[in-house]
Design a protein around this ligand. Sequence first.
Ligand SMILES: *Cc1c(COP(=O)(O)O)cnc(C)c1O
Length: 455
Amino acid sequence: MEQKIPYKIYLEESDIPRQWYNMRADMKNKPAPLLNPGTLQPLSAEELAPVFCEELVQQELDDTTPYIDIPEEILGFYKMYRPSPLMRAYRLEEALGTPAKIYYKFEGNNTSGSHKLNSAIAQAYYAKKQGLMGVTTETGAGQWGTALSMACAYFGLDCKVYMVKVSYEQKPFRREVMRTYGASVTPSPSDTTNVGQKILAEHPNTTGSLGCAISEAVEVATTNEGYRYVLGSVLSQVVLHQSVIGLETKAAFDKIGQKPDIIIGCAGGGSNLGGLIAPFMGQKLRDEADYRIVAVEPASCPSFTRGRYAYDFCDTGMICPLAKMYTLGSSFIPSPNHAGGLRFHGMSTILSQLYDDKLMEAVAVEQTSVFDAATQFARIEGILPAPESSHAIRVAIDEALKCKETGEDKTILFGLTGTGYFDMVAYEKYNDGVMDDYIPTDEDLAPGFAALPKV
Ligand SMILES: *Cc1c(COP(=O)(O)O)cnc(C)c1O
């Protein structure tokens, strides 16, 4: 008889990967380089050095080294909450009545409540190693700011977070978690920066935007000695750090002698999905194995499914490098969606190239159906999922239901990136039946495409 696979497939502490895997090394078509927005030439390490930490710049530009050692200090921190469990969703399978086998990798088991800590601790470590005083960043809903403040507390670094004003006022709990870990949190736009003062003079009543908060954080990093700017998604260095998710997942599957057929993850800037798929995509790129890989995005912010593959700014302030990615245009502002972490207009350059090469697929899903899945999952599996993660749950359930129709017993893996305890306003809207599902029309998308930089 086949040995029964446990609910939780735990690895040992000694199974935490000691190296990150850099998918770019195995890509035949490399992601397009970041460009200097002034000269339109590929950015050099020297040009990036005033903004980002030295070693992170090296990782950002490294398209060739397949494995990069994880420093002991970072491993020491990873040991506080890793390896994260790979779960077999027996109860969900039974409730759906599907012959499919469903697994999920749960990254919400740390105080920050998401996978973002995996990169936050790496970025804080390299800042500390370089002898910096501190780092600056922006945060929208607050997951990244929370993760970074935990990481900075661990290494004794100052952490200045610019938080979109509307979130600062409406989401006081994440703000207070950040302050508890010692970060200073400033509502953006603020009068502490030139760019903030300028925006406030023009739009005194603005509630802020992520693009504006980025501009403020970058200004503070570049005008204060001993500070650099750090970012929690989109960049290739972040995808690299997140590969720890996929490497552990693959090790756990190897341990039980199984392999996934379909790998599903939500995609905001692409970091958790890029991390989850990394070793599997590596096998696919080297023609060693094949997997179906599916990115899930909100229908309100459909970067992959309706975006253009073009050079664009990463911020609305147009000060950051140009990246070639699937984008809706840096001026596109998605309709309010409760999955704050999925509201970015662009996508990781690595995933964009993989998608363009048809090595992965993408689907867009509507908000109410995402919360249907979130609620179903919470009641059956017990974990209250983050709205972002619930996008992946939606599609995993849909795929499992397809298997029910066809009778196929496929193995489905999805990334459960975090918990939703700080997203109860979104759940409240859903429970009250007042959640909206606005999908942008082609007319809504046109101005964002028209404003793409001509490269
Ligand atoms: C930020 C976030 C995401 C989306 O970011 P990616 O870079 O696309 O992974 C997904 N889930 C959670 C819980 C997040 O906090």
